[in-house]
Write a protein that binds this ligand. Structure first.
Ligand code: HEC
Length: 183
């Protein structure tokens, strides 16, 4: 009888140690994507949203050519442009400056001056994927930011460069001019 009790205790104990109860694996372990999970996951998903198989959680490009042809999967919403602006201010302005023209304090010291991002070339001629590719792979002198920025953050920057930078640059230059005049 005693032995039977032991067997019963062990039968309870062993699966619990091995997390083998049917309820030990719960809904925490499922295919859905969590915030901070995967390359697109830095931003929390909207409340009550459910990822479906085609949810774009990553956007990898193998090389510059593939980047050039890539279509921007991130709509240029005010949120995306705003986020792109914040990242641009932190990462790009040391070289490209707040004006986007390439005369930032670090940019001025480089052998090759950073290109003007307000130029017709960047604003209209190249594809959005080209700008994404430049941020991803870098250039002759420009470093790669693939390890520092998730793909969606890079697209946010692309959205800012294409849909916010011209006005931002004008406003910044006007502010500089007026504060220089006030001195
Ligand atoms: C350390 C300095 C530096 C930083 C930081 C930097 N760049 Fe550049 N960037 C350059 C230089 C220099 C060039 C000139 C071309 C080259 O290096 O190949 C350039 C060129 C470019 C071009 C031109 C591509 C072309 O085909 O004409 C784009 C677009 C660009 N940068 C975007 C950005 C963005 C967006 C950021 C911020 C994520 C950024 N850069 C950060 C230095 C920098």
């Amino acid at each position: 009888m005693r032995k039977m009790r032991w067997v019963a205790v062990m039968a309870m104990l062993i699966p619990s140690l091995a997390m083998a109860w049917p309820w030990s694996t719960d809904m925490m372990d499922q295919i859905s994507i969590k915030p901070q999970h995967g390359p697109m996951g830095v931003r929390a998903f909207p409340d009550h949203s459910v990822p479906i198989p085609s949810t774009n959680t990553s956007m990898r490009v193998a090389d510059r050519d593939e980047a050039d042809a890539a279509k921007n999967p991130v709509p240029a919403t005010p949120e995306s442009i705003h986020n792109g602006m914040k990242l641009f201010e932190i990462i790009c302005t040391p070289c490209h400056n707040y004006s986007g023209k390439g005369d930032g304090p670090v940019g001025m010291k480089l052998t090759l001056q950073p290109f003007d991002l307000t130029s017709d070339r960047i604003q209209h001629e190249v594809t959005e994927g080209h700008i994404f590719g430049y941020i991803t792979f870098g250039g002759a002198v420009m470093p790669s930011y693939a390890n520092d920025l998730y793909p969606n953050e890079r697209w946010d920057i692309v959205n800012f460069v294409r849909h916010g930078l011209l006005q931002y640059s004008k406003d910044w230059l006007a502010k500089q001019a007026s504060s220089a005049g006030a001195k």
